[in-house]
Design a binder for this molecule. Structure first.
Ligand code: GAF
Length: 381
């Protein structure tokens, strides 16, 4: 837990408000494998991390709600009794969207004051948005005794993202952030919402992230377009979701799809298989196989699903040149954010140095290495 961040948020709350707040930590997430499979009712393999959002929240007696984002030094005011959901920009949409979705469930949300800050870089693909949504819904559930289960909370967070942010995301990010378990990754079946926890101990190996520090435009619309292709294909096949399709099934509708879209849906079916194969490899302690699956995932994301970018590809290509890296791939929605690498512990320091130098030379700005610990999900501090 980042005690400095907790202190910063608490002090900032005390400067603006007099009451004693409830403190919440809501983590971001990584994902070992299983990308763009969640909205196809498939398998994903995320873990909550020791980077996230700290929120201080308390009931407001002033007749309005005040939200303060300390990282941006911005304040936004609204009234939960007369919520204006038009033209919400940036982080306002996450906060107000969660309130609006909670109200749609017939819950009475009074006014509240919230101050939040985080240590997940924006656009890093580590789900700062899900962490924020979860901290808000968890906080108002606590303050107003709404009686929501954690599962109901993540559905509210997801709906806020769909309806007020405009990204038709799956459930992976909100789930991992809410239900994370220390030192564990979760093999999550997105159809049943049941997760099998895997204790993560890779022995001589570990996970290492590199943030490209880029977030390319159009990522949200490209995300929604891909989801639409998947849903259209499932409809053509007469199935509920692509999770139920085999590659042979896809051949039956090949002539009804563009060549590009066909490759995209093939990717989804293959990636869903890779996520399940990764679970087997981990159970067998077969890290070479896990690494191959991770490289295979990137290859599909780059060439078939087409959600990578030159910066991510560059970092994965660098990893391939290093025999101490067993696997590397882009992580999250794509078009920027982080790569995730499975690397020998003794090689971490040297690879960080090489990768940052090569990346800076190529793109004129640095990439940022991160080592993360796997943490518990959203909770009171
Ligand atoms: C984003 C989404 F929010 C997730 O639901 C998931 O689809 C991911 O992209 C891709 O796997 O993080």
């Amino acid at each position: 837990m980042d005690t400095k961040l907790i202190q910063k948020v608490s002090e900032s709350f005390a400067k603006s408000f007099t009451s004693e707040p409830v403190l919440i930590y809501s983590p971001g997430r990584i994902n070992i494998i299983g990308e763009h499979t969640d909205y196809n009712a498939g398998f994903v393999f995320p873990a909550a991390i020791d980077k996230g959002i700290v929120a201080a929240i308390q009931k407001s007696e002033s007749g309005q709600s005040t939200a303060i984002a300390i990282d941006m030094d911005e304040t936004y005011q609204f009234d939960t009794n007369n919520l204006n959901t038009e033209n919400l920009s940036s982080w306002h949409a996450y906060v107000v969207g969660v309130v609006a979705e909670t109200q749609k469930k017939g819950k009475t949300v009074g006014n509240f004051d919230i101050v939040f800050g985080g240590n997940i870089p924006d656009g890093a693909g580590m789900s700062s948005s899900a962490a924020l949504e979860n901290s808000v819904v968890f906080g108002i559930n606590e303050l107003f005794d709404l009686g929501l289960t954690k599962y109901e909370m993540i559905l509210i967070s997801q709906a806020a993202e769909h309806n007020y942010v405009g990204v038709k995301c799956g459930i992976m990010d909100q789930y991992a952030s809410m239900f994370g378990i220390e030192n564990s990754a979760l093999l999550l079946d997105c159809r049943t919402a049941q997760a099998e926890p895997f204790t993560i101990d890779f022995g001589d190996y570990q996970l290492l992230l590199f943030n490209t520090n880029v977030k390319h435009k159009l990522s949200d619309s490209a995300y929604n377009d891909r989801r639409a292709v998947c849903e259209k294909t499932a409809e053509l096949l007469g199935i509920d979701a692509l999770r139920d399709a085999t590659e042979a099934d896809l051949e039956k509708v090949k002539d009804q799809l563009s060549a590009e879209d066909f490759q995209k849906v093939v990717y989804v079916v293959q990636e869903n298989n890779r996520a399940q194969a990764a679970a087997v490899a981990m159970k067998e302690g077969n890290l070479e196989e896990l690494g191959k699956l991770i490289y295979g995932s990137h290859n599909g994301l780059q060439h078939q699903y087409k959600v990578s970018c030159v910066e991510l590809d560059f970092l994965v290509d660098l990893a391939k040149e290093n025999p101490d890296v067993l696997g590397a791939r882009m992580m999250g929605g794509g078009f920027g954010g982080c790569t995730i690498n499975l690397i020998k512990k003794t090689a971490v320091a040297a690879f960080k140095e090489t990768a940052v130098a090569a990346y800076t030379k190529q793109f004129g700005h640095e990439c940022s290495p991160y080592e993360v610990a796997l943490s518990d999900g959203t909770n009171l501090i």
